[in-house]
Design a protein around this ligand. Structure first.
Ligand SMILES: *Cc1c(COP(=O)(O)O)cnc(C)c1O
Length: 437
């Protein structure tokens, strides 16, 4: 493979690091086979949803103006509902991002005087102002919605007694974030999410259970139980967009609750009936179709990173021998220099903006800390594309995610490994770890 070594050298990856990478890959072959098998299952599931809904070429182009009777949009929403097993779906280019999708699902279903409960600790940073954990104009708090939170136990399990205590007559909606966000807590599997919802519904049957499913779609072979999860919400520039969908988000679940979200997105009385799709539908369909395979590539990248940096002595979450429930790979560097060098490597091995140097900066909606973001993506900010974000604060953990294909993720990870050797954070041999934790 002389050719490949020459190509890697052009991005500054040494022969030694390349061969070490091959050795590391040898240790995770079986896990890669499992990822491929799961991608196959999900691909056939998606294919069948397209077939059963009779998708035709006419559905791939959109509407203008009000967007009444947009058949392509209606079909797309049906395909989503078939995949999730839900009653109805709202998936639209008008949903600006995952936070917006969560906002319409929450605010559409909560009323003044209601209480919202998170039984899995603090939600994702951008949700703090949505809920009013941090004061913000227009927050749920400003509209008279109260909020409670019960943290996970130190071992990552649910604090059942405290959750039971927190549920009262006013508790209308429980929000469950599966992915860890910028936190070092474990991501919830579909199974344990189902278990948590069963528990909540045993205490109070009419509570609306909303699942923040960002980064979790098509990971693992178990689905959220649509008989339990009333609303499932996510972003279309993460897993489910397959790296092709240009924008948007989705809310899927029970028809009544999805409609409530739609009344927030457009207006009361109009709901799902309006919303032109312009020329956007084709990549929504195509991205969904690609999503199982792309998610599998991203998972392989995450696992490869966990193995190579884990073996170099860094704490990772998940660890390479643990089950993955989302595509996010946290690596703890405990050193700003190592984190910066890692981010520079990811940026330099991007197809877009490879010559740019990532600089820590404040980001809208994110709590105080400066964020260093790396990743030159085709779709701005897309995190199913290979990218890394990190708050510039101890423990200097990076959250690495995505990869439209595994060779790209692999090159980025090898380059990052090389960088850490070059600045002396990892020992030259690449096999003798220096622990920073
Ligand atoms: C990405 C993400 C969101 C929404 O973020 P956007 O940047 O607004 O799309 C919400 N929750 C979790 C867990 C996420 O990963």
């Amino acid at each position: 493979m002389a050719g490949i070594i020459e190509e890697y050298k052009r991005i500054g990856i040494s022969e030694q690091v390349y061969y070490y990478g091959e050795e590391v890959l040898g240790r995770i072959r079986e896990q890669f086979a499992d990822i491929d098998k799961n991608a196959e299952l999900n691909q056939i599931k998606v294919l069948n949803a397209f077939r059963e809904n009779n998708i035709s070429e006419a559905h791939l182009s959109g509407t203008t103006g009000y967007g009444y009777h947009d058949e392509g949009r209606q079909k797309l929403e049906k395909v989503y509902s078939t995949i999730f097993g839900t009653g109805d779906t709202l998936v639209r280019p008008q949903i600006a991002c995952g936070t917006h999708a969560l906002w319409i699902a929450l605010s559409g279903n909560l009323r003044p005087g209601d209480e919202l409960l998170s039984p899995v600790g603090k939600p994702y940073d951008t949700l703090e102002k949505v809920i009013g954990i941090r004061e913000a104009p227009g927050s749920l708090k400003e509209y008279g919605v109260n909020y409670r939170q019960v943290g996970l136990l130190p071992d990552g399990d649910f604090n059942y007694p405290e959750i039971e205590k927190a549920i009262n007559a006013k508790t209308k909606l429980v929000t469950i974030q599966r992915s860890c966000g910028y936190d070092l807590r474990p991501t919830l599997s579909a199974k344990s999410t189902n278990r948590l919802i069963s528990f909540v519904k045993k205490i109070k049957a009419d509570i609306i259970c909303l699942v923040d499913n960002c980064y979790c779609e098509f990971v693992g072979d178990t689905m959220l139980d649509p008989g339990l999860a009333d609303l499932i919400v996510g972003s279309n520039i993460k897993n489910i967009g397959g790296g092709i969908c240009p924008c948007g988000g989705y809310v899927t679940g029970r028809t009544e609750y999805v409609n409530q979200a739609a009344y927030r997105l457009t207006s009361p009385g109009l709901g799902k009936a309006v919303g032109a799709t312009l020329e956007s539908l084709r990549p929504f369909f195509q991205g969904l179709f690609m999503a199982p395979a792309v998610t599998a590539s991203a998972l392989k990248g995450a696992l490869f990173a966990a193995r190579i940096f884990g073996d170099a002595g860094f704490n990772t979450r998940p660890k390479a021998n643990e089950d993955y429930h989302d595509i996010v790979q946290a690596i703890v560097f405990n050193s700003p220099e190592a984190l910066t060098s890692f981010s520079e490597a990811i940026q330099s091995v991007s197809p877009v903006d490879s010559y740019v140097t990532p600089i820590p900066a404040p980001m809208a909606g994110y709590n105080n800390a400066k964020i260093i973001s790396a990743g030159g993506t085709f779709i701005s900010g897309s995190s199913i594309e290979f990218s890394a974000d990190a708050p510039m604060r101890p423990p200097f953990a990076v959250y690495l995610q995505g990869g439209l294909n595994f060779p790209h993720a692999k090159a980025g990870i090898l380059k990052a490994y090389q960088n850490l050797i070059d600045i002396g954070v990892i020992d030259k041999g690449g096999t003798v770890p220096i622990s920073f934790t």
